[in-house]
Structures are given as C-alpha cells and as structure tokens.
Design a protein around this ligand. Structure first.
Ligand SMILES: Cc1cc2nc3c(=O)[nH]c(=O)nc-3n(C[C@H](O)[C@H](O)[C@H](O)COP(=O)(O)OP(=O)(O)OC[C@H]3O[C@@H](n4cnc5c(N)ncnc54)[C@H](O)[C@@H]3O)c2cc1C
Ligand SMILES: NC(=O)c1ccc[n+]([C@@H]2O[C@H](COP(=O)([O-])OP(=O)(O)OC[C@H]3O[C@@H](n4cnc5c(N)ncnc54)[C@H](OP(=O)(O)O)[C@@H]3O)[C@@H](O)[C@H]2O)c1
Length: 1050
C-alpha cells in the first residue's frame, strides 16, 4: 500500500504531481535541487549546469487558457502569451493556493533512486539525496514520481561539424544564450530551426549585422496570432478539429494545412520548406521569423558542411565569411542518470514507458515519469493529467495491465509514433495533444462524455465541441471533479479577451445569418460527433525616405532623424529609381543602412556627387556662417518635411509637473534607456507603432495611446510576397474605381480583421480603411497579444508621475512618454509670398509648383504623403519639374491651378480633417500617371497590349513599379522592359538562399477574367465620362468623383 511518495523536481510537473498525490490522500515529499519552484521557467542570469535554462525574452508559445492547470484558471488580466516571469508568478499562486510549498525540500538533489532490498514484496524505493553542502541522506519511499525535466543536457554535436575546433569565432549552445547584447554588429550563424533557433535568430537579428539560420531539414512555421487575432491553439486545438483529424485522411489534412500555411508565406519561396509533411513533426511557432526573412535580416541557409577559419561553408557550397559567432540551437538530450539502468529500457528511439509514464517491466508499478512528453500543446496540462492518473494507480484505485500487455502496448505505440511522426534520438516523444489528454483522462476516469453533455447541458456541450480543449474539461466529472469547471469553460473566452480590453471600441455586430449557420452546423455535426467520439476511443493522431539621411547618433536640428532599428515599409521593387533596379540580392524590405548604400550606388552610377555641394544650404551660407549669393535659373527644393517635430505636450494639463521624462520620436534612437521602465507612447503613426513595439521588448510595460485608432497592416501579402507589390496594381486601382468604395472598404477591412480583429485588439479606428494611410507594422499585434504592449485611448493629462486617459483610466509610475505625434516641414528660406491662407500654407499645384509665381522656376519635391513608396513619385516630380523649368513643358493658367488645388484639398478633407494633412495626400497611381502624362512617359496601355502583350499584361496586372515610366518618351531606358519582366525574380532572388524547387511566381494569374472585367470597366468609364475628357486630362482624380455619382455612397 503506497503512502509516502518522493517527487523529484518542483517544476510544473512536480507541482502538479504533489497536488495530485495530496488529492488522493498520499504523502508527497518533493526534492528540488534549486532554491525555488518553477523549473525551467525560473530565469537564471547565468545558466546552471544540469538544469534547464531559458533566455531573458522567452515568451511561452502556448496560450494561457491552454497551459493552465485544470482547476486553477490563470487570472483574467494575465496576457494570452505570457513572458516567463508571468508563468512563474502563476506557478507561485498555484503552489501557495494549494499549500504545496511545505511539501518541497529545496536545495536537495536526488543522487540515486534504487529498488529497496525488499522491492519484490514492498515495491519500495531507496532514494539518496544530497544537500547543498553535499551531505547525503537516505530515504525509503513507497513510490517515486520523476519530474526532473528533459531539457537539461544540451546536445552539442560538434563532431558533425569539421573544422569547428579551429573556428576563429565563438560558439555556444542555445542553453547558454541569455540575450543578444554581445551580438551587436556581429555576423552570426544559428544552427537548428527549432523554436530556440528561430527565437534566437529573430532576436539576434535586431542588433547583429547579419544573421544566418542554418537548417538541415527546414520547418513548417506557424503564427501565434491566428485567425481573427486569436491564439493559434485556441482556434485549432478544438475537439471539432480533432474529430476531423479522426475522420479525414492524413494526406488530405497535410495538403490542406500546408496550403493554408503557404498562403501566408510560401515555404519554398522563404527557403523554409521541410522534407517532412506538416503534421509529422511539431512545427516551429514564430510570428516574426517570416518577416525577418522578408526583410533579409535573417537569411535561411542549408546545413553547415564545415568551418574554415572564420568562414562557414554550407552544404550547397555557399560560404559565409567573417562569422563572429555560432549558436548551436541543436536541442537537448534527456538524462535520468539517477535511475537504475534496468528501469528505463528502450523501445525504438524512445524510452519504453507505458503511455509515456510507467516502466512496464517492474514488478510493482511504483515508479512513474511525469512530463516526459512533447505535443503541439502545452506540457503543463498533460503532465497534470499524467500525475492524476499516477496518483490513482499508486493509491491502488486504478490497475495497470500485466507487464506483458504493457510491453506489447509500448511496442505498438512506438510503431504508431514512427508511422505518424518524424522521430529521432533527440525528439522521440511526439504525441497528439487531444488524443493523449483523452486517453490518459480515460485511464483516470475523468474524460468528459460528449453524448451525456449533449442531452444534459447543451451550452456546455457546444463549448466543448467548438471551443479549445482546455484542461477544465477534465474536471467536469469523475475523481477530482471540480465544481468550478463548468463555469471556467464557459468563461474561458472572457479571460482570453480581458487583457485585450484596454481601449474600448464599439461592440461588433454579430450576424444572425452566421449564428443561424453555426447553430445548424452544431446541431447536425454535434449529434454525430458526440456519437462518433463516444463510440471510437481516441487513438494517436494519424493525426522614406528619399530625404532621410544616414543615422546620426543624435537628432540634428532642422534635419529629419531616424531610429536605429528602422526598416523601410515599402519593398525594393516599388521604391527604386525607375532606371536603376536595386541589386538582386538586396532584401525586399531593407534596413535604413542598406537603403543608403543603394543611394550611394545610384549617385556613383550617374556621377551625381559632383553636382552636390555638401555643407551648403541652397541659398548660400557656408559652415562658418559666411553668406554667398548665387543666381540660378531654377530651384528644386528637396529639404524634406520631417524636420520639425510636432509636440503637443503643452495641450495636456499637468505636463509641467510631470515627474517622468518626455521626448519626441524625432529624438528617439533606441530603447536602451527605457529598459525595465514603464513607458507611454503617444500616437499611432508608423513611428509610434515601430517605437512602441521596440520599447515593449525591454520595458517593464509599454502603453500605446491613440485618439483615433489605426488599421494595421503587415508588409507581407498572400504567399509572403511584398504587400505593396500585390496591392499597388493598375488592376486593383481600376477595381477600386469601379466598385462602390463602401464595398471595397468592407471587403478589405473584413480581410484585415480576419488576421486580427481590430476591435478585439483595441485598434479599431474611427475611419474606414481606404480613407487614410494605414499603419504598417508586422509585430504590433503579436506584442499586444503577449500583453507587452497595451493599447490605450487618447491621453488626457498628467498627474504627478502618472497619466490619465480619456476613458477615465489612469496609469501610475510612468517613467517616460514618447510623443510620436508627427512633423511639420518649414521652408523659412523661401519667400513669404509663396505661403497662402490663414495657416500660411505652402500651397502647390500638383504638390510641386507654387501657382503664384509668374514663371514656374521653383519646384518643391517630396512634399506629399501617399499610400505607397515616396521615391518613384519624387523622381517623377523631379523629371517633370526639370522639364517645366527648361521650358519643355507648360503649366496651366494660375486660375486652373488654384481650382485644381482646391478640388484636391476638398477631396481629402473628409479623411484628414486637418487642412495641412489634407493638402498633402496624393493617390499613388493616379498621381504618378498624371505627372507622367505631363512628362510624356505614361505607358500607353492599349498600344502595349497590342504590340507587346506579355509586357502589357505585366504592366496592367502586376505592380506599378517605376520602370513602367521608362518604357517610352523622354528619358526612355532600354533596360525598362527587361526590368519589368524580371521584377518578381528579383523579389524571390533575395529569398532563394537554401536550394529548393522554385515556386510558381504570381505572374499574370487569371489574366483573361481580369482583362475582360477591365475592358468592360474601361468602356463603361469612357462612356460615362465622354463629355469631360479634357478636364480629366488636367485632373484625372476627378474621374473618381464622376463615377461615384452612379454608385451608392458609403
Ligand atoms: C527554451 C524552452 C522553451 C519552452 N517553451 C515551452 C512552451 O512554450 N510551452 C510548453 O508547454 N513547454 C515549453 N517548454 C518545455 C518545458 O520543459 C515545459 O514547459 C516544462 O518546464 C516542463 O516541466 P517539468 O517540471 O517537467 O521540467 P522542468 O521545468 O525542467 O523542471 C524540472 C525541475 O526538476 C529539478 N531537478 C532536476 N533534477 C533533479 C534532481 N536530480 N534532484 C532534484 N531536483 C531535480 C530542476 O531543478 C527543476 O526545477 C520549453 C522548453 C525550453 C527548453
Ligand atoms: N517560445 C517558446 O515557447 C519556446 C522557445 C524555445 C524552445 N521551446 C521548446 O523547447 C524545446 C527545445 O527546443 P529547441 O529548439 O531547443 O530544440 P529542438 O526542438 O530539438 O530543435 C533542434 C534543432 O536543431 C537541429 N539539429 C539537431 N542536431 C543537429 C545537427 N547535428 N546538425 C544540424 N542541425 C541539428 C534540428 O534539426 P532536425 O529537425 O533536422 O533534427 C532542429 O532543427 C521544444 O519543446 C521547443 O518547443 C519553446
């Protein structure tokens, strides 16, 4: 009869085991070698030998409702994906609530566990422990639960890497990695694309010069932020999906799942495609890795062949030179060296344990291993379920089969695992989360009966069928039943939403059609599913920038200023100059430093430097302040308009007594000074988004306050291609023109909300998607879901060291406020007569020429904002301006210019109530086309389609890249056609870093249908506008207003 149980280890598995023993009336004594609970989740500044170690930034990749213990929900205000420090807090609450601490003997290491001399009679174990001082003690226990973890011994396969012993850089294992600080400016190779390798590559890439991630097999990469912005395990670890896995063929599920993943980012294009199918290995979960690959800061490489000096040679023959550091993220070996060898036999790659818990060959089943499992789901609930079963077996309330039957079952499980998963010596443990939970719950007598629930508690049944398989389901019935389980299940979505409710927005209207559909489906599928699951016991799962300058360490007055981490948000093919494509190997979204390199190449290629007089203003004053006067026939003003920060600090009461620090994004360089602080970022433009995300990685807490909200889009479109290349096309422009704006807004917002619901995330803006420029940020939703970034409404004022918001909430102890509230440009060197209106605005015809000048010999470049890259527009402005100044092109009379300016302003004022902002907006394609018409370089679509259909289709359906304006007319460039036809190759070239079959490029897909639609649209447009073609020539955007007359309003 078992009474006293030794529990080895006080990590999550150990805590669950102590509690389960107590529940069954056993007497657990837990030995923990360290001085605290939490196991792996207790962060140590220096990695401790023989223990699991984690890095400072580690955030769990399973969501809070899915990791918690079955009778102890994680507090509602905890974020969905928690930082390791929060996980530890939760374990502390758990241990305190259930009085587990008094059962733990800290700083006591178990040295050996041996069968006692009378084992065959008593089933007892002799446990030898050692105190911190090394004093040994001998104990006898009736049973033992091993919870010592299995990420303690780093697997460092140096022998497989010839030349490593003479490698001139440093190498280490991910077990030793804490933070990326010492990788600053270095060239780093990370080996292994598990979750550790991906996390470390992504984090290091923020400070390193370049990171290479080497993988011998590739990986499927999932996102935490799944459909509608919900955690991926909440969406997909449901019983309904589990049932689909039971009934549908695995090849279909693999095909379907891989298709869904590739639709997000094509794993072949991204050089990630693994050799195995999606469900045959546990995928990597990393939201940022694909973005880093697209931005070129992480380059995927094949397996390392050898090291030569400081170079790394890969299996495809490519070489990376001057490597400073290599991190081997090559996984872990398990180590149960304190157990007798004969206890843990092998079965294939894995330790032969009956249902991953009991050694089958023992005479008495008084030893169990808990937490030695790996599934696409959290370990904690699985370990808890194992512990509950173990306690009942020890107590004698559950009988195990005979040794022979268990051995047979182990072998059969091993065969199944080998069939269904890619297993190796390193990863021998895969199981399917739901199947395994149900299976062990069946053993413990706590598996919920769907059929019974269907008839007795339909609301709960619905939740259990459609909702995530959270551990509370296993407390509804049977031993250890918990009265709060039903309520915990019914309120799990409330707890999931709670941490996101930080900026209240209107409630979404639920569609009755949707509800009706779901109800019928529930009724139809529910009954069948309940019956099916009841009858079939679960088995294993077969289952900017043109004006921006090099980063100066300090913001310089009168000059624009950028932060260290800035990555452009328009892709290389869209933002390059029209006759100078960016080099093939440049990443699609590059760092500011690489863009500067491109400018250097450009100016060298066209020998521009000799025309630039550095350290001189245009009207002349030299470095010593000595004035010089020149006479020029024309002036191009290119001085930028992000030079003067707008800081509304004075608008906020209490600002003068605020005890924290305030600054503007213009001064911000990096987040170093804000480490561990509580920071408020005000304003959700692109600067606000970037800066808030960056600060949130090292600050204690970051709040992002917005008065209007924002639509947030990423840089990536379907299949992982650059969003601007997929969105800024003539086809889309025409569709937007022909379809009701309300319909386009609805469809685009719906698509965006499907990625992450803007209401749920507190981002929902007051304007429609097409009305304003959206915020481009790949990481913001993930940071919000992880609770590191908290959305807040508009700032109301300051109070001592705190701030108050317009919804009445307050945040205390704010150390710093960063105002990302935009810029104004001043042109103090220009004559006052050019500035008009009450606000003294610089009003410009087509955003270039002041209409008041008698002769158009002065032009302003780049003074506009657009939903697209700035550089092609500025280049086109410059081409036009130089022709006008040279007298090769004429401007209309002043009266017409003023009318055009006013029309443009009125059109924009709806979306941008601020007149200065309204005056700045231009539509990318129509503006580019209209200026190109002036220059005489606008491509003639009809002619192109008739004379060169391949090129014509690419121009019509593909991205509006700048080369299109070099096909004809003044400045024609012979390379333009080729540049257009090869633009997609340059996109994929930068990603093609690990040999794989190239994927199909999105070249003119479904051209016939789109072409017919467009021809019909063009004909309709021409018919309706036939009387006003002359006006439209001056103001093509008026076309929109004309067509709108025939369309329903928004
Ligand atoms: C980098 C990393 C990230 C991870 N992220 C996730 C995740 O997101 N989600 C997830 O579910 N899992 C994750 N895991 C898996 C992780 O192992 C589990 O979450 C969990 O910590 C397992 O708990 P455990 O109690 O079994 O082991 P551990 O947490 O490792 O605890 C074992 C305890 O036993 C003690 N111990 C060991 N040997 C002895 C001895 N001889 N005598 C006395 N005490 C001893 C140790 O000191 C330790 O306290 C991650 C693992 C790694 C390496
Ligand atoms: N955020 C998080 O929650 C988080 C973060 C990190 C880790 N984790 C968890 O921690 C556990 C350990 O993860 P891990 O990433 O450290 O280890 P892992 O999952 O075992 O991955 C090891 C990687 O190293 C590669 N590798 C091993 N030996 C190699 C060799 N000789 N040559 C080349 N490549 C080699 C493997 O490649 P093959 O696939 O080809 O074998 C694999 O890509 C996992 O459970 C993981 O989910 C979670």
């Amino acid at each position: 009869m078992v009474r006293r149980v030794a529990v080895i280890g006080a990590g999550p598995s150990g805590l669950a085991s102590i509690k389960s023993c107590l529940e069954e009336g056993l007497e657990p004594v837990c030995f923990e070698s360290s001085d605290d609970i939490g196991g792996l989740w207790r962060f140590k500044e220096v990695s401790e030998p023989k223990r699991a170690n984690i890095y400072r930034s580690l955030t769990i990749n399973t969501s809070k409702e899915m990791i918690c213990f079955s009778d102890f929900p994680i507090p509602a205000d905890y974020p969905n994906y928690m930082h390791h420090s929060r996980i530890l807090q939760y374990f502390r609450l758990y241990a305190e609530t259930f009085k587990l601490l008094q059962r733990i003997r800290f700083q006591t290491t178990v040295r050996s566990v041996r069968q006692s001399s009378n084992f065959s009679r008593s089933g007892q174990w002799e446990v030898v422990t050692a105190s911190r001082e090394g004093v040994e003690e001998r104990h006898v226990f009736d049973a033992v639960i091993v919870c010592s973890g299995h990420y303690t011994s780093p697997h460092l396969p140096l022998r497989e890497f010839p030349g490593i012993e003479a490698f001139e850089g440093k190498y280490s294992h991910s077990w030793d990695y804490k933070e990326p600080d010492d990788m600053k400016g270095k060239r780093v190779v990370v080996v292994g694309i598990g979750n550790s390798g991906s996390d470390i590559a992504v984090e290091t890439s923020r400070v390193a010069e370049q990171v290479y991630l080497s993988t011998r097999r590739g990986a499927w990469v999932l996102r935490q932020v799944s459909d509608n912005g919900l955690p991926v395990d909440i969406n997909y670890n449901t019983r309904f999906i589990h049932i689909l896995f039971q009934v549908l063929p695995m090849s279909f599920l693999n095909w379907f799942g891989e298709r869904m993943l590739n639709a997000m980012y094509d794993h072949t294009t991204y050089a990630l495609k693994p050799k195995h199918r999606l469900f045959s290995q546990i995928p990597v979960i990393n939201d940022e890795l694909p973005h880093k690959i697209l931005a070129g800061s992480v380059v995927i490489k094949p397996n390392v062949k050898e090291f030569v000096g400081s170079s790394v040679v890969f299996e495809d023959g490519s070489v990376v030179e001057k490597v400073d550091a290599v991190v081997f993220a090559t996984g872990y070996n398990y180590d149960f060296s304190f157990l007798p060898r004969n206890v843990l036999q092998m079965s294939g790659h894995r330790v032969a344990l009956y249902k991953h818990v009991f050694p089958p060959a023992l005479e008495h089943n008084t030893l169990a291993v808990v937490g030695f499992i790996h599934a696409l789901g959290a370990i904690m609930p699985q370990a808890e379920m194992q512990a509950r079963w173990v306690a009942r077996v020890f107590k004698g309330l559950k009988k195990l089969p005979s040794s022979q039957a268990m051995l047979k079952s182990v072998d059969s499980d091993t065969k199944d695992m080998d069939k269904n998963f890619v297993l190796s010596k390193l990863t021998p443990l895969h199981v399917d989360f739901v199947s395994y939970m149900d299976e062990i719950a069946g053993e413990a007598g706590v598996r919920p009966s769907l059929l019974w629930l269907f008839f007795t508690d339909y609301p709960l049944f619905k939740q259990i069928l459609w909702g995530p398989v959270s551990a509370f389901q296993y407390r509804l019935t049977g031993p250890g039943r918990w009265d709060g389980a039903r309520q915990a299940i019914l309120t799990q979505s409330d707890r999931m939403y709670q941490p996101l409710k930080t900026r209240q927005v209107d409630k979404p209207k639920s569609s009755w059609l949707g509800r009706l559909f779901k109800l019928s489906l529930t009724a139809a599928v529910g009954g069948g599913a309940a019956y099916y699951v009841h009858r079939h016991p679960p088995s294993h799962l077969t289952s900017l920038l043109a004006s921006l300058r090099p980063l100066s360490e300090r913001a310089e007055p009168e000059r624009s200023s950028i932060y260290r981490s800035l990555v452009v948000n328009t892709s290389k093919e869209m933002m390059c100059f029209s006759d100078f494509p960016m080099p093939d190997h440049y990443p699609n979204y590059m760092k500011h430093s690489q863009l500067l390199q491109y400018f250097r190449l450009y100016s060298e290629h066209f020998d521009l430097l000799r025309h630039i007089r550095f350290q001189w203003e245009v009207v002349t004053e030299d470095r010593e302040g000595q004035e010089e006067r020149h006479v020029f026939d024309g002036v191009l003003v290119c001085s930028g308009h992000y030079t003067h920060p707008i800081s509304p600090l004075k608008d906020f009461p209490g600002h003068d007594t605020f005890q924290g620090r305030c600054c503007h994004s213009w001064e911000y360089k990096d987040a170093n000074a804000l480490r561990g602080k509580r920071v408020l970022v005000v304003g959700i433009g692109n600067s606000g988004g970037d800066i808030a995300v960056e600060i949130s990685r090292s600050a204690e807490k970051t709040f992002l306050s917005t008065r209007k909200g924002a639509w947030v889009i990423g840089r990536m479109s379907s299949r992982g291609l650059p969003l601007d290349m997929m969105a800024i096309t003539r086809k889309n422009a025409l569709l937007t023109l022909l379809l009701p704006r309300a319909l386009v807004n609805w469809a685009a917002e719906r698509d965006l909300n499907h990625r992450y619901d803007h209401r749920l995330y507190g981002l929902q803006p007051t304007h429609r998607l097409l009305d304003r420029r959206p915020l481009i940020n790949d990481d913001l939703p993930g940071r919000v879901l992880q609770g590191a970034l908290v959305m807040k409404p508009n700032l109301q004022g300051f109070q001592g060291s705190g701030v108050t918001f317009e919804d009445g909430t307050a945040e205390e102890n704010i150390d710093a406020v960063v105002f990302c509230t935009g810029y104004s440009g001043t042109f103090s060197f220009l004559p006052a007569s050019l500035f008009q209106g009450s606000g003294g605005q610089l009003s410009l015809y087509r955003r270039v020429f002041p209409p008041s000048l008698e002769r158009p010999t002065l032009a302003v470049m780049g003074l506009f904002q657009t939903k697209g890259p700035i550089m092609p527009l500025v280049e086109m402005q410059a081409r036009w301006a130089t022709r006008v100044i040279a007298g090769l092109s004429q401007l209309p009379p002043k009266r017409l210019m003023l009318t055009a300016i006013e029309t443009e302003r009125k059109r924009n004022i709806k979306s941008y109530p601020c007149p200065r902002q309204a005056a700045l907006q231009v539509d990318f394609i129509s503006y580019l086309d209209s200026i190109a018409t002036e220059v005489g370089v606008r491509p003639n679509m009809i002619k192109l389609l008739l004379t060169d259909p391949r090129l014509g289709l690419e121009v019509l359906l593909g991205p509006v890249t700048p080369y299109q304006y070099r096909l004809t007319g003044p400045g024609k460039w012979a390379g333009a056609r080729q540049a257009i036809l090869t633009q997609w190759e340059r996109v994929t070239q930068a990603l093609n870093t690990r040999p794989e079959d190239p994927p199909e490029l999105p070249r003119s897909s479904t051209p016939t249908l789109v072409l017919s639609l467009m021809v019909a649209g063009l004909a309709t447009t021409a018919y309706y506008c036939k009387g006003s073609l002359a006006t439209l020539q001056w103001d093509p955007t008026a076309l929109l207003d004309r067509i709108k007359v025939y369309l329903p309003g928004p």
